[in-house]
Ligand binder design. Sequence first.
Ligand code: NAI
Ligand code: HPV
Length: 574
Amino acid sequence: MAPIALDPPSSSKTSTPFKILIPERLSPEGLSILRSSPLPIQIDTPSPLSPANLLKLIPSYDALIVRSETKVTSAVLEAGTKLRVVARAGVGVDNIDVDAATKAGVVVVNSPSGNILAAAEHTIALLMAVARNVGAADRGVKEGRWERGKLIGVEVGRKTLGIIGFGKVGVRVARFAKGLGMKVVVVDPYASREVAKEVGVELREGGLIESGFMGEVDFLTVHTPLLASTKDLIGERELRAMKKGARVLNVARGGVINEEALLRALDEGWIAGAGLDVFTSEPPAPGSTAEKLARHPKVVSTPHLGASTVEAQENVALDVCTQVLEILKGGMPTAAVNAPLILPEEYRKLQPFVKLVERMGSLYTQHFATRSSSRGGSVGGRRFELVYRGELAGVTNTRPLFAALIKGLVSAISTLGGRDVNIVNAPLIARERGIVIDERHVRDGGDDGSRTFASAVTLRSVPADGQAAGGFGEQVIEGYGTLLILHNYDEPGKIGNVGMVLGKHGINISFMQVAALEGQPAPGTPVVDGPVDVVGKAAKEALMILGVAGEVTDEVLKELAKAEGILSVSLVRL
Ligand SMILES: NC(=O)C1=CN([C@@H]2O[C@H](COP(=O)(O)OP(=O)(O)OC[C@H]3O[C@@H](n4cnc5c(N)ncnc54)[C@H](O)[C@@H]3O)[C@@H](O)[C@H]2O)C=CC1
Ligand SMILES: O=C(O)C(=O)COP(=O)(O)O
């Protein structure tokens, strides 16, 4: 795999222009940023560009800027041998093969928030249009009909809106809906409870049907990215669980609601109407279910217009064009979808700790914050403190550790809106989730300040608002850079012997775990065929795992190995 290139390109020193290919409509403000750059730049905007022509053209380009129509496949990325960056002037990157880009060493950037207000407003436009038959009414009037009796709508005020996906767009839709007098219920396993409380929505936990969510809502809107886990999230079972006469909206991605199931629901009348901005094929392929839905009389259809406002297009174009120039200059983008967690120059020093911190974050989520956990924690809306000790306390650039913690904390959803957590987007993802991280460096030392302790990280977590909600206040996870693993006979006194050796050398034991290995033959036990004789040679053994803070020298290891009942000692540095 080629490294994701965040270093200066060699061609910047020559006058050969950087070539940027833009096969979709991009706002003029973005183009003028590119044109006014001091870098030598050639911009080509062949629109429309067929997939075959894209493949033909791409080898000579340094950058490609797209919206949702261009499919950036692995073939395109492989053919783009000069390509350094693919920029998505919008949010969803499901039209880009991000894994193939990563393998090819191409940075993928997007505009995570440039068009979210537009998408949320469009959702409300469809909500009202579906409730009041605006599409059919407009068609009728234009065709000379005055169908007042046929087009009686429903009110949205005092009704319940169900939102699946309480991210950037979902939160905004919720605020608008509250303003319309709706009750809002939300399903998003990773939503911040604090944000939900602040917006005034109720979070439902458990399955979509089992929690009662599907049966409760009058209107349903989906705002998740299209991922393997969200494809067909709403199928026939879910639609049938809704109230007869409920209505659904999709301004996220075609395929989150199964199109066949929705078509049947509308035809058979168990769903009264739908507002659809997105389809599994765009424009809907002739004869496809997507096309039948788009043309359905009970559907208000728009041609993927969620982001199509003057303001949003200006925002996303500025966002991505600035990042493209930055990358061509050799700088860091602000919203990379696939940047690394750690840069090559820090790899050797920090990689073990990056892994350790990521695991601590993941342990936190799994232990304290999963729905199945009885410990009642949450990830969103909490304040975390990372305390670095020993060698780690001297590290000034802790960005990779910060990013690793975010990645670990959200590991169960490592693609958030299609993004993998990385060194570039970690602060943004933390902000979006309401996760606050403070970092503290504690320089340990002996009385004379000369002793260097092994590295350790402590992860402490408290509710962001300082309130210990439900009695779940501070939660602490310790991560150690140094572990001692001892294999010993499982007999009394072993722990004391080990403690004495370590104490003599000024090494603190930070934690200890003991595990019995019953039924294992001790070294030297004659091997017999059949079941091991655990009685004859008292072959009961144990593993002792110690997290230690202090310098473990060869001398210490030798002394431990000689201690009575100890079979072997190993030192593990994480
Ligand atoms: N129609 C249009 O023109 C536009 C569409 N979009 C689409 O809207 C969608 C949402 O965008 P953002 O809000 O910016 O993304 P986001 O990443 O901020 O939010 C997505 C939310 O979905 C949640 N989620 C993931 N899997 C889930 C599941 N199985 N059940 C419930 N919740 C789940 C995540 O936890 C996250 O909170 C994306 O698909 C994006 O492409 C965005 C802008 C314009
Ligand atoms: O940003 C997104 O995810 C969108 O769906 C907007 O798509 P578009 O840029 O309008 O083709």
